[in-house]
Design a protein around this ligand. Structure first.
Ligand SMILES: Nc1nc2c(c(=O)[nH]1)N[C@H]1C(S)=C(S)[C@@H](COP(=O)(O)OP(=O)(O)OC[C@H]3O[C@@H](n4cnc5c(=O)[nH]c(N)nc54)[C@H](O)[C@@H]3O)O[C@H]1N2
Ligand SMILES: Nc1nc2c(c(=O)[nH]1)N[C@H]1C(S)=C(S)[C@@H](COP(=O)(O)OP(=O)(O)OC[C@H]3O[C@@H](n4cnc5c(=O)[nH]c(N)nc54)[C@H](O)[C@@H]3O)O[C@H]1N2
Ligand code: SF4
Ligand SMILES: [Mo]
Length: 720
């Protein structure tokens, strides 16, 4: 899993024709360095760039599949328009005019809120999407902005905003120096890390263990990461808040806390600990299914470790207590003095600093609410669990048109079946995407941008969450085909036309590379900060393997963005959420239903790339996993076709016996379900899979943030 190489089997070209290109992979958060050999227009091999200062020679099989992505004949290259007789190619200018006309006429008739948008995950991996996407979307003033944030890391950003004053001040586990890594609901062995850019996770973990450190993993499934942990504790889905509160209670009770220098900058820690201390440890233990003695032991180990870091990801973010969990994780790091300490949870100092930057947006919460259900805005966006109802519910402000960018919310967001139906009822939809997928098939116009190897790259977001400070700029590998457009050019063309039609002013904007150049110059290693490295785009271009800017360094209180530079430990919303949680403990009866959770595999990438044989080869990995005892109790056999049902729907899928599952819990990966009509393009039947988001419930949310509770969904399983 750690290192994959594509053999140079197609290397018929003579050596002198071969060009070696170095770039950062942008398929996931690990941003590994790649060395790509090409001859003419053909990719001969994709290997790790051993000189990359961050990725330590690591790549995964997805990088190798970049060849398939580039060559794929099914990848769209020309704008498509839906017609009575099927999809038809059209010229770019005609497509831009058509889209601008339709959107503006809807705005004029029904107001800006009638036009919603959804920004999908690959937007954050595409810097032109980041520099120009929001600017384009801002030309239509709408409250109905949605993105993958609210099926993902919304709790992290909300807490960072509340506690540290900026949504991007997310502490990162300093894995290279820690002695104790406590991992809740993350599987970096498969995901390669998230909100912790940690390429070469296996190597870094081995180094941690070799220096005598420990990794303890809490997960309802013995995941690939749990397999290599020093200790794995099974936990009931959705109950991590009980375990975390238990740790904090023990640490506080036994006086094991030692916030050190943080004592001078915290505000409200006592208040938070008093409320947590009032909880009953026996009840907490019973709730999460972990013994009191185990909670006490982990608390003591964590507090006693010279350097420790608690880290939680999808499993604890996308559950009903997502924000509560992330808050308790922050408190655990703070109360033990591990926040902002080497080997603890630290803040990255990226070369383009999105926190300390004049254009930076610290965050916002609840400035408006969704029309139908009253869900709160965060950072200008509403929870995507509300998108379908905003389309389907008539009335003033109803969504009638949708812009999607780099996303597939029909497969990625809760109750995808309902969204599928909602998209059918739209007056107009445009998708910026280079594939026809389960979502874009509803569009009236699809605008396909260039693919990743055809444009340059600077990882604006993931350099900001990395376990080491580095910077890297990648040139385009291939010249784009004539008449192709980058994402940002599509946004500019549409934005200009829409602004003109709506009579709005639009100032000229620098290109993405110019934005980065300026960001580097005013950044912490730039000339304008008088830093000796004098970083600029030119400096990065001269260092094609990337620049090492050193290990993470303590930076508090200076880097805090709250007034007075305090860490606000007791946000009122969290104190209230804790009280609600405490009341739930009192009537805690396990239900009869099974609990559905998700998983990721290194040979899959969210909802796409399933048409790459090179990537998905091997056994089918999208079956339902269920403990053998549960199978027996339900009278089911390993390999049987079963029907999984929830409040919102049902799917038929093959069940696989697996003793990696906690009894009572079943697991199904997301991003599959390609058998919706006309979309299984290039995907083998066996790899079509089913979508767990036809089971996840748009009404089950993290109550504080509105983040989707994709994990812990009550389901029944019967023979199909
Ligand atoms: N049940 C369940 N659901 C989940 C999750 C889960 O764990 N369980 N995970 C959630 C998470 S964390 C996320 S991030 C979301 C992801 O879900 P989405 O936001 O829907 O993102 P993807 O599935 O990655 O979207 C892929 C689409 O982006 C297009 N694309 C790729 N690169 C580019 C590009 O450079 N430009 C453009 N314009 N398009 C591009 C691809 O062609 C593809 O159609 O899914 C969420 N859904
Ligand atoms: N190969 C590959 N890599 C990816 C992606 C991909 O699709 N494929 N997607 C990328 C994206 S968009 C993201 S956001 C990251 C996500 O990165 P991770 O969060 O590391 O990945 P997941 O596999 O979603 O891990 C979630 C874990 O939480 C566990 N879990 C579920 N419910 C609970 C619970 O209630 N409590 C606890 N403690 N655990 C629970 C699951 O069993 C699972 O092991 O991965 C990224 N990397
Ligand atoms: S781990 Fe992520 S960044 Fe690294 S090669 Fe794989 S997909 Fe690319
Ligand atoms: Mo994600």
């Amino acid at each position: 899993m750690s290192t994959a190489t594509m053999p140079a089997d197609s290397a018929t070209a003579s050596n002198k024709d071969v060009r070696v290109h170095h770039r950062a992979c942008n398929l996931c958060e690990a941003i590994c360095g790649l060395e790509i050999r090409v001859a003419g227009g053909e990719i001969l091999s994709i290997r790790p760039d051993d000189a990359d200062p961050l990725s330590l020679g690591h790549i995964c099989p997805k990088a190798v599949a970049l060849k398939d992505l580039y060559e794929d004949g099914d990848r769209l290259r020309k704008p498509l328009r839906r017609t009575e007789s099927g999809w038809q190619e059209m010229a770019w200018d005609d497509a831009f005019d058509l889209v601008a006309d339709r959107l503006c006429s809807i705005v004029e008739q029904h107001g800006g809120d009638a036009v919603a948008n959804y920004l999908g995950n690959p937007t954050v991996h595409n810097y032109g999407g980041l520099t120009h996407g929001p600017r384009f979307l801002g030309t239509i003033k709408t409250k109905n902005r949605f993105s993958a944030t609210s099926v993902d890391q919304l709790p992290h950003q909300l807490l960072a905003y509340w506690m540290y004053g900026h949504q991007l001040l997310v502490p990162i586990a300093d894995i290279d120096r820690t002695d104790y890594l406590l991992v809740l609901g993350a599987n970096p062995m498969a995901s390669n890390g998230s909100l912790m850019t940690v390429p070469a996770f296996p190597k870094r973990l081995k180094a941690l263990q070799a220096r005598g450190g420990r990794m303890v993993v809490l997960d309802p499934r013995r995941s690939e990461t749990a397999e290599v942990a020093d200790e794995h504790l099974f936990i009931r889905p959705g109950t991590d808040a009980a375990f975390l509160a238990g740790l904090l209670k023990v640490i506080d009770n036994d006086n094991l806390g030692h916030p050190g220098k943080l004592a001078a900058m915290e505000d409200g820690l006592e208040v938070a600990l008093a409320d947590i201390g009032a909880l009953d440890l026996d009840k907490l233990a019973a709730h999460c299914g972990i013994k009191v003695e185990t909670i006490q032991r982990i608390a003591r180990e964590f507090a006693a470790a010279p350097r420790a870091a608690a880290y939680g990801r999808m499993g604890v973010s996308t559950q009903q207590h997502g924000t509560l969990c992330q808050w308790l994780i922050q408190l655990l790091n703070i109360v033990t003095g591990n926040l902002d300490r080497e080997g603890g949870a630290m803040f990255t100092r990226p070369a383009v600093d999105l926190v300390d930057n004049p254009t930076s947006r610290p965050g916002s919460f609840g400035r408006w609410k969704s029309r139908v259900r009253g869900l709160p805005e965060f950072g200008g966006e509403l929870p995507v669990a509300a998108l379908a109802e905003e389309v389907l519910t008539p009335g003033e402000g109803q969504v009638r048109a949708l812009i999607t960018v780099a996303g597939n919310p029909v497969l990625s967001t809760p109750n995808g079946t309902q969204l599928d139906r909602a998209l059918d009822s739209l007056a107009f939809m445009v998708a910026v995407d280079f594939y026809l997928n389960e979502t874009t098939r509803h569009a009236d116009v699809i605008l396909p941008p260039t693919c990743t190897l055809e444009h340059d790259h600077y990882d604006l977001i993931f350099h900001s969450f990395a376990v080491r400070n580095t910077a890297r700029y990648s040139e385009a590998l291939f010249e784009r085909p004539a008449d192709a457009r980058h994402d940002w050019e599509i946004f500019e063309a549409l934005g200009d036309r829409i602004a003109k039609r709506l009579g709005a002013k639009r100032a000229p904007h620098p290109r993405p590379d110019q934005v980065i150049d300026m960001g580097l110059r005013i950044g912490p290693y730039g000339g304008m900060k008088k830093h000796p490295l004098n970083l600029s785009l030119a400096a990065l271009k001269a260092a094609p393997h990337g620049v090492d800017l050193g290990a993470l360094e303590p930076c508090l209180p200076e880097r805090l963005a709250n007034p007075g530079k305090f860490i606000l430990c007791a946000p009122p919303e969290m104190i209230a959420a804790l009280a609600v949680f405490a009341s739930e403990l009192d009537d805690d009866k396990p239900g009869a239903a099974l609990s559905l959770i998700g998983r990721r595999h290194v040979r899959s990438n969210n909802s796409w790339m399933h048409n790459s044989q090179r990537l998905v080869k091997g056994p089918v990995r999208n079956h339902l996993l269920m403990h053998p005892d549960d199978l027996a109790a339900h009278g089911l056999a390993d390999g049987a076709m079963v029907r999984v049902a929830s409040r919102v729907g049902a799917v038929d899928v093959i069940v696989e016996a697996s003793d990696t599952m906690l009894p009572g819990v079943v697991s199904l990966p997301h991003g599959w379900g390609h058998d919706r009509s006309g979309t299984r393009i290039g995907i083998a039947e066996a790899h079509a899979g089913v979508s767990p988001n036809d089971l996840t419930d748009e009404l089950r949310l993290d109550a504080v943030s509105g983040n989707a509770a994709l994990n812990g969904v009550p389901v029944t399983v019967i023979a199909a």
